[in-house]
Design a protein around this ligand. Structure first.
Ligand code: GLA
Length: 387
């Protein structure tokens, strides 16, 4: 949908007059999965698709929320913005962010009308919820002149996801949505939030996202289960070495301490985390050297570890990745995001992209009965006002 159409829609909902338009992107993570809440490294980039928020302040004392992607509309009094609605209400992502401003004594002094529209496929593991949170934060911050910096908005958005959606997520998605830069990936240390924007110059190679259309649902508990398993690994290691996060251990150190973890399942989970962090560090070094084939191998290793040790892939993602690796021009293929359905990300040589999409799509359909969608990723900027 074009901006002009969105404005028309806004006027249909709320009447004629000016409004401001904000945008915040979804993300694809190139490597570094389930490392963020362990204080490790991630390497995501912001996409060119995301969520738009059209907003106009009003003279009354209610916040009205509508979305072109959702049937349900809300009218909430200014005093009603700090508690989540019942689970499953999309407005929770918006309210969760507004509630964080209020906690910091940044209280909206008048009402506003908001209309959202997003083109990140829902449940595809491409952070539609983070893009909704971050666009809300950016819009509220600027409209009410709250003067928070972008990183604070990223943190508000992560807290919103935890408190209002119940997903004990790390900071990767909201960070990518807030801090992304066109044609760059973000090499982020999730322990101290230091980051580097690494130019993505893939001569003759495309980033192809494959949406399995097998929706993942992070609040189903599997994600939080993994978070708890990593905590259990830290607890088991602590008598021998005091650590706050698994991210503090390199694989060699982990090997010498892993005997402390008696539960084989917990040991596997922790092994994924420490090896994935090392893979991510190596991948960034290789990318900077222009060594894409090594980068691709590390992507493959990431998927295999997520499949065998972390067990978050599942039939659809494995099936798509297997099909992707059969294409001659595929440099690397892995799942991306939280897992349990969602999307894959592959590096594919330009001249093989069409073949990739048709053959991977066909094999995936044959094996799962589901039609996949493919997108050639364009890396965009983080959340901002666009009009
Ligand atoms: C989800 C979470 C992120 C991150 C990924 C897995 O997208 O929101 O914080 O943990 O899963 O890497």
């Amino acid at each position: 949908m074009q901006v002009a159409e969105l404005k028309k829609e806004f006027e249909n909902y709320y009447g004629k007059g000016d409004c401001h338009i904000y945008f915040s992107p979804g993300r694809v993570n190139l490597i570094g999965e389930h490392t963020d809440y362990n204080g490790g490294f991630v390497f995501p980039c912001a996409l060119s698709f995301g969520t738009y928020c059209l907003i106009r302040k009003t003279n009354d004392s209610v916040i009205r929320l509508a979305s072109l992607n959702q049937a349900k509309k809300y009218t909430l009094k200014l005093g009603e913005l700090t508690q989540p609605l019942e689970k499953g209400n999309w407005a929770n992502y918006v309210l969760g962010v507004i509630a964080q401003f209020i906690k910091d004594d940044l209280i909206p002094d008048c009402g506003a009308d908001l209309l959202f529209w997003g083109n990140v496929p829902h449940g595809a593991g491409l952070s539609s919820s983070a893009s909704l949170e971050v666009v809300t934060g950016v819009a509220i911050n600027e409209e009410y002149n709250f003067k928070k910096d972008q990183l604070s908005i990223v943190k508000y958005s992560q807290t919103a996801e935890r408190e209002f959606a119940g997903v004990m997520c790390g900071i990767m998605d909201q960070f990518a949505s807030g801090m992304g830069k066109k044609d760059h990936a973000i090499y982020l240390n999730c322990d101290n939030l230091e980051y580097e924007l690494v130019p993505i110059k893939l001569d003759g190679v495309k980033i192809v996202i494959g949406n399995t259309n097998s929706p993942h649902s992070l609040d189903e508990g599997k994600y939080n289960e993994r978070v708890a398993e990593c905590r259990a690994a830290v607890e088991a290691i602590n008598p021998s070495k005091k650590i706050a996060n698994l991210g503090e251990l390199c694989p060699t150190e982990f090997n010498s301490l892993s005997g402390n973890i008696k539960d084989e399942l917990i040991r596997k989970r922790a092994r994924h985390v420490v090896t994935e962090i090392e893979r991510t560090q190596k991948a960034v070094i290789e990318l900077k050297k222009g060594n894409l084939s090594e980068f691709g191998q590390l992507m493959n290793g990431s998927h295999d570890s997520l499949r065998d040790d972390y067990e978050v892939t599942g039939n659809e993602l494995d099936c798509m990745v297997d099909a992707a690796r059969k294409i001659e021009g595929t440099i690397g293929a892995r799942m991306t995001g939280g897992g349990f359905g969602g999307s894959t990300v592959s590096l594919v040589k330009d001249e093989y992209v069409d073949e990739f999409i048709s053959k991977v799509g066909a094999e995936y359909l044959e094996k799962t009965g589901i039609v996949a969608d493919f997108y050639v990723a364009q890396i965009g900027d983080g959340g901002k006002r666009i009009e």
